[in-house]
Design a protein around this ligand. Structure first.
Ligand SMILES: [Zn+2]
Length: 92
């Protein structure tokens, strides 16, 4: 009779250990997936639609369309372009 109780308790503890391991494994996998997504997003934000690194940027007026933006790119030629005019440059 007592052995049944001991066996039951051992099973209960083993089940709890497995549950804790499973939860931490799932959390670890989710965290890794989230970190990888964040890294990809960061890489994408630092490159243009053609995959080239973006030039330095800052707040200012776009020389092409004349509007003010929180992010304009300072081209090597000295010209400033907003994101849309910068992307349009490839289609011209
Ligand atoms: Zn513009």
């Amino acid at each position: 009779m007592i052995w049944r109780l001991v066996f039951f308790l051992v099973k209960l503890v083993a089940l709890a250990v497995v549950a804790v391991l499973a939860v931490s494994l799932v959390r670890g996998l989710l965290w890794r997936g989230g970190a990888r997504l964040a890294q990809k997003r960061e890489e994408r934000e630092q490159r243009d639609s053609q995959g080239r690194p973006l030039p330095p940027s800052g707040r200012g007026f776009c020389d092409q369309c004349g509007h003010r933006f929180d992010q304009v790119f300072f081209m090597p030629s000295g010209e400033r372009r907003c994101r849309r005019c910068y992307d349009d440059m490839d289609r011209e």
